[in-house]
Design a protein around this ligand. Structure first.
Ligand SMILES: [Zn+2]
Length: 193
């Protein structure tokens, strides 16, 4: 599934605005221990593991994989409640237990693009970023002392890892900068109206 043109444009705008920055600009310590919330997409999981093994070789990485990953944790997400089942609450419980088991408060949220689970429910890239921010706030509210970091994986070519040789990139997402950028956009729209 290729990255949609509108999603590509949104991601590039975030990159230009320094909302998405290179991960070496974010201090990841070699010994950091993470609980990860990521999509169950098996084409992307190897990159996720390689990424953290590369940055945190002495750390520990506990995966909690679900359709859409952190998108299931946002109240306004169509992935939060499906077929009458409270996926959001169940996922929270599993993440909380993972933090206890691995003795860490660091959670890494990994939305990825393009995401088939998001596409199935008509979630655009812009909505996915908003939902991931919502997911972060939800975890901080319900897991005492949680340090929630957001990383974003982009497959620019949309091909499976084994065959593409394509352009994969993992970024660090700066939430505060995202909020500022949205306010700047709103201000410029109001100015030109
Ligand atoms: Zn996915």
């Amino acid at each position: 599934m290729p990255l949609k043109a509108t999603d590509y444009a949104f991601i590039r705008a975030l990159r230009t605005a320094q909302v998405l920055v290179d991960t070496d600009e974010h201090e990841l310590r070699a010994t950091d221990r993470f609980v990860a919330s990521a999509c169950a997409d098996g084409d992307r999981t190897p990159e996720l593991l390689d990424f953290h093994r590369g940055h945190c070789p002495e750390g520990c990485f506990h995966n909690q994989l679900r359709h859409g990953g952190p998108l299931a944790l946002a109240e306004h997400s169509p992935l939060a409640y499906r077929d009458g089942l409270p996926h959001r609450e169940c996922y929270l419980m599993e993440l909380r237990e993972s933090c206890e088991i691995k003795n860490t408060k660091i959670l890494a949220l990994y939305p990825h693009f393009p995401c088939s689970a998001a596409a199935k429910y008509g979630i655009s890239a812009e909505q996915a970023f908003d939902l991931t921010v919502e997911a972060k706030l939800y975890l901080k509210k319900h897991i005492d002392g949680a340090d929630v970091r957001i990383f974003v994986h982009v497959d620019y070519d949309g091909h499976p890892q084994a065959t593409s040789g394509g352009r994969f990139k993992t970024y660090f997402f700066r939430r505060q900068r995202y909020e500022e950028w949205k306010l700047e956009l709103q201000a410029s729209v109001a100015k030109s109206a």
